[in-house]
Design a protein around this ligand. Structure first.
Ligand code: HEM
Length: 475
């Protein structure tokens, strides 16, 4: 394969060796080290992007072990070891990593995403039904409305308008999640303020919590910048204002997450406190907005490089929808559009590493795992494992047609995690992604701007760098 290597090792594969009939397109991925880099080098690379640390062999070994400073890190890297840790031994591996908890605790407190044991169990029972697959038809009109508005806004920009598609998708999914959390009207009114306040928070948190890597216990005081405290106060203020206006308004029967949280009762019949409602609303905003935005941005990038996949997508949309906006029932009738999203989630899983802390001494795959070890499942590695996937680095949506999951076990394809902590918004996120791609691709065929060099970067989520400059070519 013809490749060029960039400064920090980024490869841009030339992509001309695909199977007959496919686009043969191999999208960019970071340099794979021939040998395991030293610990010092690893930490430096990880601070830039978690994707740059992996040696070639990491993609095919079933279980990996690394010692970084005082921490033992185990990576469950085969369908069997993933099932063992995340499903069969959920009780031992349910706790999120110290890094994740410390990064998000100032904002979401005891929220579902970072809680465990009894708190998690109670919250999961309350929150999961509110965003469950059975509720997605109720949220669908608000989703479709936001996407149709974005399509109109794109039309107003005129022919071949230059846009940052990553930013466009972030705004779109923020609109959707705000309208579904807070109801259509409040969501519209407050989307801008909510996005700004969360973005400010995210700017201040760093994924690498060196104190946790050094093995300092949870109670050891961590440096919390004034900026973090200020942005948390701002988010709390906005959420309180929205919840108060929501309660004051006459209920109009619209389904919303806040409505669900206000009505929810725990097993003793006690309602959630105002703080718990704020925490869970923040969880859903954070978990559901950037993940879907990145998925859509990557899908546009991949399609722009793969003319055959694009033509097949357009043919499906034109045949099934014949120019009208999709209704909820149409989502199941768009298998190729779904396959494009599934293949995008395989190649660029928005959460490329799932990290847990062992709550007890254990053994996985014959190795001793001491209590407190970091145990990872890395969709980034599993999804590109050459022993699990044919042409693992190629973009080939066809592999997901016919419900085949690329021939994979469900433990080898985990963009939404797996086991009891599986993404509570899976159906919501899939429907939102398929719907957004369908409505926008009915009218537009975005093209990458000339000279744009797109490389995957991973901070909290896996994104196509800081921007995705494209031109909005009308179809
Ligand atoms: C393509 C879009 C999405 C992807 C790829 C995705 C992926 C994930 C992953 C990997 C996790 C588990 C993280 C871990 O174990 O460390 C997760 C958890 C979660 N997600 Fe999603 N997600 C998406 C969309 C959404 C949406 C739209 C919502 C809400 C409407 C949502 C709500 C949640 C919640 C509440 C959790 C926490 C579950 C728990 O800990 O019990 N997600 N998501």
């Amino acid at each position: 394969m013809d490749r060029t290597q960039g400064d920090d090792g980024a490869f841009v594969p030339a992509g001309s060796d695909g199977p007959a009939g496919g686009d043969g397109y191999v999208p960019p991925y970071p340099y794979r080290h021939p040998e395991q880099p030293s610990v010092i080098k690893l930490i430096g690379l990880a601070r830039k992007s978690f994707l740059s640390v992996w040696p070639e062999m990491a993609f095919s070994r079933p279980l990996l072990r690394i010692a970084v400073l005082k921490k033992q890190i185990f990576i469950c890297n085969s369908p069997d070891t993933v099932q063992e840790a995340f499903v069969r031994k959920h009780e031992i591996y349910q706790r999120k990593s110290a890094q994740m908890r410390h990064a998000l605790e100032p904002l979401i407190g005891d929220g579902l995403f970072i809680s465990d044991k009894e708190t998690w169990r109670v919250r999961r029972r309350i929150v999961a039904p509110i965003i469950h697959a059975s509720k997605v038809p109720d949220f669908f009109p608000a989703m479709a409305e936001a996407v149709l508005e974005r399509r109109e806004a794109w039309r107003r920009l005129g022919a071949d308008a230059p846009v940052d598609v990553l930013r466009e998708m972030a705004h779109l999914t923020a609109e959707i999640i705000c309208r579904t959390i807070f109801g259509r009207q409040l969501g519209r009114d407050y989307a801008g303020e909510v996005v700004e306040s969360f973005t400010a928070y995210q700017r201040h948190i760093d994924q690498i919590d060196v104190q946790s890597l050094l093995g300092l216990p949870d109670w050891f005081p961590r440096f919390r910048g004034r900026a973090i405290r200020r942005s948390v106060r701002r988010i709390d203020r906005v959420l309180d204002e929205i919840i108060t206006s929501y309660e004051a308004r006459k209920r109009d029967g619209e389904t919303s997450v806040i409505g669900g949280l206000l009505e929810a009762r725990d097993e003793d019949g006690t309602p959630l406190t105002r703080e718990a409602i704020r925490n869970e609303a923040s969880v859903i905003f954070m978990a559901g907005h950037e993940t879907t935005a990145n998925t859509l941005a990557w899908a546009w990038f991949l399609l722009s490089q793969a003319p055959r996949a694009r033509a097949r997508l357009h043919a499906e949309l034109d045949t099934v929808l014949a120019g009208r906006p999709p209704e909820f029932g149409d989502i199941a009738r768009l298998p190729y559009t779904r396959a494009v999203i599934e293949e995008t989630l395989r190649l660029y899983p928005p959460v490329p590493i799932l990290a847990r802390e062992a709550l007890a001494d254990d053994r996985i795959g014959g190795w001793e795992v001491p209590k407190g070890s970091l145990v990872l499942v890395a969709p980034w590695l599993l999804h590109r494992n050459p022993t699990l996937w044919e042409r693992a680095d190629h973009f080939e949506p066809e592999r997901f047609l016919g419900g085949a999951r690329g021939g994979q076990s469900k433990f080898g394809y985990v963009p939404f995690a797996i086991g009891p902590r599986i993404c509570a918004g899976l159906s919501f996120g899939m429907t939102e992604s398929i719907l957004s791609l369908a409505i926008l691709a009915q009218a537009f065929d975005p093209q990458l701007q000339e000279g744009a060099d797109i490389q995957p970067v991973c901070r909290l989520t896996l994104r196509p760098g800081d921007a995705l400059p494209m031109r909005l070519r009308a179809r």
